[in-house]
Design a protein. Structure first.
Length: 266
């Protein structure tokens, strides 16, 4: 007895829906893994909230990341593959690409990205793939961006070095001046007594006039005495109070006085 048509139809297995759908190509899955790796965000990462990705450092990307996923380290070849799958370069100043099916956290959309065939690719894309000068221009653009970044780093380093040299020179100059002042004070003890007496008189006059003397904060006694010799006293300028340094005119006066003392001794 032959089985009925209905029983035969029931016995035929029906494939599950979506079981035979092709998955995304290896190039797309590997590119997604590269961009999605948080350890290399300084080289390549998502951008614009996850709707595009940027290759921030093409040189490091070609040297360290591409060989881990592909059998080459040619950045231009990688860009050509992106063009083949419909990625668009959306920024002229950097390597930023976008595709409607390439979104952060949505790996399942990769299967919607199809490789362009020769007939569907725009003529400009064919021309760019066949023209060797396009690849050279892309590499030149990447090199120019790298050179610009290195020049900015060099300028910042030079500015830092120049500022440090100025601070070192100022500290050495102040040290030389203070050493000369100490040497002269040791050779002429009467000078210190004279300065102390002058300061005492000014304090007495200020107390008699009921004027509170200005307190010298964060200034050493030696610098205070030197300021008195220069004639600043309680009315020293804001620049001296801020920098706590003696101007060059004071040291020149000391040097001239030293020369006059030596001539009188002779």
């Amino acid at each position: 007895m032959e089985p009925s048509s209905s029983s035969r139809a029931w016995s035929v297995p029906v494939p599950m829906e979506g079981l035979q759908e092709p998955g995304p190509c290896p190039f797309l899955t590997k590119t997604f893994e590269m961009v999605d790796d948080p350890n290399t965000n300084h080289i390549v990462s998502w951008n614009r909230g996850g709707i595009s990705f940027v290759v921030w450092d093409p040189h490091s990307f070609s040297a360290t990341i591409l060989p881990l996923y592909f059998k080459h380290n040619n950045f231009s070849s990688f860009v050509r593959q992106l063009n083949t799958y419909g990625f668009r370069k959306i920024e002229a100043e950097r390597w930023e690409f976008m595709n409607d099916g390439f979104l952060m956290g949505q790996r399942d959309l990769l299967k919607s990205i199809k490789r362009r065939t020769s007939s569907s690719a725009p003529p400009s894309l064919h021309h760019s793939q066949d023209d060797p000068y396009v690849e050279l221009r892309q590499e030149r653009h990447a090199l120019m961006m790298e050179i610009s970044r290195l020049r900015q780093q060099e300028q910042r380093a030079r500015g830092y070095i120049q500022a440090m040299e100025q601070r070192i020179n100022g500290a050495e100059r102040k040290q030389r001046h203070m050493m000369y002042f100490l040497r002269r004070a040791v050779q002429n003890p009467a000078l210190l007594r004279q300065l102390l007496e002058q300061q005492r008189k000014e304090l007495e006059e200020a107390s008699m006039n009921q004027v509170k003397p200005e307190t010298v904060e964060h200034v050493s006694e030696l610098e205070a005495l030197a300021l008195e010799m220069q004639g600043h006293g309680r009315q020293r300028t804001e620049e001296v109070e801020r920098e706590r340094e003696l101007d060059d005119g004071f040291w020149e006066e000391l040097l001239m006085n030293k020369d006059e003392d030596e001539e009188e001794a002779k």
